[in-house]
Write a protein that binds this ligand. Structure first.
Ligand code: 5GP
Ligand code: MN
Length: 331
């Protein structure tokens, strides 16, 4: 933390980046940190390859996050909510990272790969016990002597609130609640975040959720509850891919299932998988995600690869069946 704080203070032009398909923690952390660094007079730019979902429009200065930049011009690049630049979804990442001078990586996912060419240029703040990247940003801002404003509080509370599922998941801890209390003192409101993010659905979205929920199957062999949404479903309902955010958590409320999976046909011929489980079930879904080329946390992880559902469902089932032998961690 101290090393990271010193690095930040000594650099003027800073780029903040995050992973593709950015979620509330990624977006809240990027904006919270950007506001903080700007209060020190730094020149800050923010990057996300994918467009920011509309539900985050209420966050202060969200339009500051751009989907293009000239990577070579920054003295410091900060990567948030993931530990590897390939998660940003940018092409030519090897070339781009070789042009970076200093790198700071802040993340709360277990680091499941080692060594990259750019790792010798990095300072890391990686804490898999942290509920969110936002709570790590809060600690870093305090260490850097930055005053927490209402704007910063709104952004960081959104990160903590979304990654803990509204303080419901097992990663909800006293550090996060203490930070949240401080953010509320600055004027942030949990009800406002809930309204914008969790209770802001269109009719099309709810009907699409209905179709996906009606399709849930449970697999006796693996204990999995699974459903899917095709590209055609999304089009037929006039919905958007971002409308599916949160749906897997509803599938995960089936107490008899050991874990849940939502498969979505996304963007340009891609399949996205979201996996969830609950602490009391003793299952580590990140092992399944990793065997399908993704990653994440023990109880919330995901993967993405090229293809359509029709032609890949057999392969996905086979891999899940195989990794399933290995996902029990015991209680
Ligand atoms: P979600 O299901 O909400 O998209 O993602 C849940 C968790 O899994 C998040 O912590 C996210 O960072 C991680 N995750 C989702 N997709 C991928 C992926 O393709 N690769 C990796 N490494 N992690 C992912
Ligand atoms: Mn996160």
């Amino acid at each position: 933390m101290q090393q990271a704080a010193n690095l930040i203070k000594s650099r003027e032009n800073i780029l903040i980046m995050t992973h593709k398909n950015p979620d509330g923690d990624a977006i809240g952390s990027v904006l919270g940190l950007a506001h903080g660094l700007e209060s020190l007079g730094k020149k800050v730019e923010c990057f996300s390859k994918d467009t920011i979902p509309k539900i985050f429009d209420f966050l202060p200065n969200v339009s500051k996050i751009k989907n293009q930049t000239i990577y070579e011009k920054y003295e410091l690049v900060i990567l948030l909510d993931c530990a590897f630049f390939d998660r940003t979804g940018i092409e030519n990442i090897k070339e781009i990272t070789s042009s970076f001078s200093d790198i700071l990586i802040i993340d709360h996912h277990p680091k499941d790969k080692t060594g990259c060419d750019y790792y010798k240029k990095c300072i890391f703040i990686i804490d898999p016990k942290a509920s969110s990247t936002a709570v790590l940003i809060y600690e870093l801002l305090k260490k850097t002597g930055i005053k927490i404003t209402k704007d910063i509080a709104n952004c960081l509370l959104t990160g903590i609130f979304t990654d803990t599922g509204g303080f419901q998941h097992d990663n909800t801890d006293s550090k996060s609640l203490k930070a949240a209390a401080e953010f509320m003192k600055k004027g942030s409101r949990v009800d406002k975040i809930t309204k914008n993010i969790f209770s802001n659905k269109s009719m099309a979205a709810i009907k699409l959720w209905g179709i996906a929920l009606s399709r849930i199957k449970t697999d006796p062999e693996t204990g999995m509850a699974v459903s899917y949404v095709s590209k055609k479903d999304i089009e037929d309902f006039g919905a958007k891919e971002e409308d599916l955010s949160g749906l897997v958590n509803v599938i995960n409320t089936i107490s008899d299932a050991k874990f849940s999976l939502l498969l979505t046909e996304s963007g340009n011929n891609k399949i996205k998988g979201s996996l969830r489980s609950e602490n009391y079930k003793g299952i580590d879904v990140s092992k399944i995600a990793r065997s399908l080329g993704g990653g994440g946390h023990k109880l919330a992880s995901g993967f993405e690869f090229d293809g359509d559902l029709q032609n890949n469902i057999a392969k996905i089932s086979e891999i899940i069946l195989k990794s399933n032998q290995d996902i029990n961690y015991g209680l």
